[in-house]
Design a protein around this ligand. Structure first.
Ligand code: FAD
Length: 354
């Protein structure tokens, strides 16, 4: 089997942007879209903050545009999920099929043990593709609570991105779930637009940094329900009410929106043991914004003291971009920017191998 020059895993803004750049560089990239073809923006109606769209753009339309733009330059798009990888030697091996009796749902909802068991079975077969280089663009998913109404109203009053959606809640009454730095940041972002934010927190104090907590608690639009948990979200065409349990008692509150700020989970289950990941699961590159990333970057300095291939992971020839590496920003435009960087790094790295 002949190895592809570049395989891109993932079809969000980072994967497709990488595909556009790589295709224009005549690398003939193969893109595996995964089961969530188009990525996270497929779940949103209006994207108002991507530069170049003064009137905003509907998420799925935007993603279909990126897809056809990459195809126009020769990217080959395969609507399948990568079920296993082997990065131990080059060319890298990829599997995209599932043995009989295995279910793709395992990759979404299975425990790490279940996923590992499925991967082991997959790898008993021959690989489906070989690749000289790889860009990982598998994104991250917002952690959900799993309460009734959350799934039904996701994108219609339930959001996991206050930076993206706060402006749609002008003068509204919203709830934020969480107690860490993201919950504080989301609350502050919302206070610029809404009339009232109620933070629901399981404990009697926040985990967030003191400076953030002080700023939030000083804001007159903010109320906190301590020792509380969201039990249910109700509504019709959008969110209307939430049921909150405080100290064991249920109470109903009117609400126009619910913002989940309990963290993100990077989608890296197929990469366990294949490359270095942060403890939180994010892929480590030479531009990761942590001490470990700094260490990698320092070791990758060239003779002019520039970092070589900043988007490279711990495996030479494997690059990563977008939310799967992004512990900080998680925006479509930052993901797209990183996709561009990863494609340029991959192109240059491949040239150096010739
Ligand atoms: C509801 C919502 C609204 C948002 N609104 C905005 C907004 O208005 N503005 C903004 O800037 N940002 C917004 N965001 C954030 C933005 O969507 C993300 O930052 C961006 O999509 C990240 O892009 P990505 O390419 O890193 O990954 P994702 O978009 O997360 O895509 C990941 C891709 O990887 C694929 N994948 C995963 N595993 C595999 C595998 N094993 N094999 C093959 N493929 C795989 C998935 O199928 C998917 O296609 C929003 C997010 C959500 C959830």
């Amino acid at each position: 089997m002949k190895a592809e020059k570049l395989v891109i895993i993932g079809s969000g803004p980072s994967g497709y942007t990488a595909a556009i750049y790589a295709a224009r560089a005549e690398l003939k990239p193969v893109v595996f879209t995964g089961v969530e073809s188009g990525g996270q923006l497929m779940y949103t109606n209006e994207v108002e903050n991507f530069p170049g769209f003064p009137e905003g753009v509907v998420g799925p339309k935007f993603m279909m545009g990126l897809r056809s733009q990459s195809e126009r330059f020769g990217a080959e798009i395969k609507d399948v999920h990568v079920t296993a990888v082997d990065f131990s030697e080059r060319p890298f091996k990829l599997w995209t099929h599932l043995p009989d009796g295995e279910n793709i749902e395992t990759y979404k909802n299975g425990s790490p043990k279940e996923v590992a068991a499925t991967i082991e079975k997959v790898k008993k077969d021959e690989p489906d593709m070989l690749a000289e280089s790889i860009i990982i663009s598998t994104g991250a998913t917002a952690i959900r609570l799993g309460v009734p109404g959350e799934k039904k109203f996701f994108g219609q009053g339930v959001s996991s991105c206050a930076v993206c959606d706060a402006a749609f809640y002008k003068d509204k009454n919203v709830f934020v779930i969480g107690g860490g730095d993201s919950a504080m940041e989301d609350t502050m972002a919302l206070t610029k637009f809404v009339s009232k934010v109620t933070i629901i927190h399981r404990r009697d104090s926040f985990r967030a940094s003191k400076i953030m907590v002080d700023r939030v608690l000083k804001n007159k639009k903010v109320t906190v329900l301590w020792n509380s948990e969201l039990k249910e979200i109700q509504g019709e065409h959008g969110v209307k009410k939430v049921i909150i349990t405080t100290d064991g008692k249920d109470k109903e509150y009117a609400s126009d929106g619910v913002f989940l700020a309990i963290g993100h989970r990077p989608v890296t289950n197929i990469f366990q043991g294949q490359l270095e990941l942060l403890k939180s699961g994010y892929v480590l590159t030479r531009r990761t914004l942590t001490e470990q990333g700094l260490e990698k970057a320092t070791k990758a300095l060239d003779d002019k003291k520039n970092i070589q291939f900043p988007t490279m992971t711990s495996v030479k020839g494997v690059f990563a971009a977008g939310d799967v590496v992004d512990i900080r920003y998680k925006q479509a435009v930052t993901a797209a920017g990183m996709g561009c960087e990863a494609a340029l790094d991959a192109e240059r790295w491949l040239e150096n191998q010739e």
